[in-house]
Write a protein that binds this ligand. Structure first.
Ligand code: ATP
Ligand code: MG
Length: 356
């Protein structure tokens, strides 16, 4: 049966980069019979323009029906003056929570051809390939009680609560262990168990889950040390699993190790393997519509979609190999260093599709 993919181009460079991702999917359909049916719907500013909402009802309906969703990016200066509840970014938050996307996967891979772009010494990062698994719908970002209260003294106090239940910890841990089984078989769980009770429970549950994955080696690290180790010796990690707040910080940190914002894909998964896939970067309004945007982060998000939602690991490998091949040939969009063949968004997409 054909798999249904919903494309949400969004704003800024979103339409340009998703068009190239679509080209890659069409090439896979044609050459390898991958069998994806694609549909397109508006989100973000485009959703507001089309239907007065950053997440139109029809877009949400199509997203619920789809096997996977591929998003470009949302937002842009023309929407900055809108009321908070209809800002483009709200569309993204809404679709994540409506679809119950609790697990955020962010690989940080350094392509050998781009090694010089990293902030770190080449020997420290050469061959870097780590996967950060961040819990996305719990923890201190959502915990109750929260608010700003006025004390008897008249002083105001802001407060949030870090809450994790066993089931929330268990499902994110399972996601991390399952991913590690397909990689180097190592999970490092990051917490602050020396200070926080929520982390104490986190550690206990992760240990329990580990027993179901005898082929995976588990280690634990405090978040402060993990931040240090990520920039000191990042290659020691395979899969890092952590909560919402720590994961937010560590995944941005890991992303910078590669030095190329235009190369970083991400996945957000629900409990049934359905996912929303998107580049880590934003809508880049400064270069929108100029055929300058790097489409590779979105194309690599397609590879993640094939692997994690569509059960097409081989096609995923093909896409990743094609990206490696075009970099090896020296093709570079303006954001990438080195190479010998400057190209635009479209030519880069065509080259990857041609290399599959
Ligand atoms: P957001 O808040 O949506 O994350 P942002 O303001 O953090 O957005 P981006 O939109 O990611 O930032 O853009 C940051 C810089 O990186 C900009 O100069 C942009 O042009 C550049 N950039 C982002 N994505 C790409 C891409 N795919 N190709 C080339 N340059 C990019
Ligand atoms: Mg940003």
């Amino acid at each position: 049966m054909a798999q249904k993919i919903l494309l949400l181009p969004g704003d800024g460079i979103g339409p340009e980069i998703t068009a190239e991702a679509r080209r890659v999917l069409e090439a896979l359909n044609k050459r390898y019979g991958v069998g994806c049916e694609m549909e397109t719907a508006p989100i973000g500013g485009a959703g507001y323009d089309a239907a007065g909402q950053p997440l139109p009802d029809e877009t949400l309906r199509l997203a619920r029906e789809a096997d996977a969703v591929l998003l470009g990016a949302v937002g842009g200066p023309q929407y900055d003056a809108l009321p908070r509840d209809v800002r483009p970014e709200r569309g993204l938050l809404a679709i994540r929570s409506e679809l119950g996307l609790f697990g955020n996967l962010r690989p940080a891979i350094l392509y050998p051809q781009l090694a010089g772009a990293s902030a770190l010494r080449e020997d420290v990062v050469a061959g870097l390939d780590i996967l950060i698994v961040r819990e996305l719908t719990g923890g201190i970002y959502f915990g109750q009680p929260r608010g700003i209260r006025t004390l008897d003294s008249g002083e105001r106090q802001g407060f949030n609560t870090e809450v994790y239940s066993e089931s929330e910890i268990e499902r994110i841990a399972r996601l991390a262990f399952a991913a590690a089984e397909q990689r180097q078989g190592r999970v490092c769980s990051v917490d602050k168990a020396n200070v926080l009770e929520s982390s104490e429970l986190w550690r206990e549950v992760v240990e329990r889950v580990a027993a179901d994955y005898p082929g995976v080696e588990l280690s634990h690290m405090y978040v402060d040390n993990a931040a240090m180790q990520l920039v000191r010796a990042p290659k020691q990690f395979d899969v890092v699993v952590t909560g919402n707040l720590f994961g937010d910080i560590l995944s941005d940190c890991a992303a910078q190790l590669t030095g190329s914002i235009g190369m970083l894909p991400s996945a957000s998964l629900d409990e049934h393997g359905k996912g929303l896939y998107e580049p880590v970067h934003g809508s880049a309004p400064d270069i929108a519509g100029q055929d300058k945007a790097n489409p590779l982060a979105t194309i690599l998000s397609v590879a993640m979609m094939l692997r994690y939602s569509l059960g097409a690991g081989e096609a995923a490998d093909r896409v990743e190999a094609a990206v490696g091949a075009v970099l090896e040939e020296g093709l570079r969009t303006p954001d990438l260093q080195g190479g010998n063949r400057p190209v635009g968004t479209r030519e880069m997409g065509e080259a990857v599709a041609g290399r599959l």
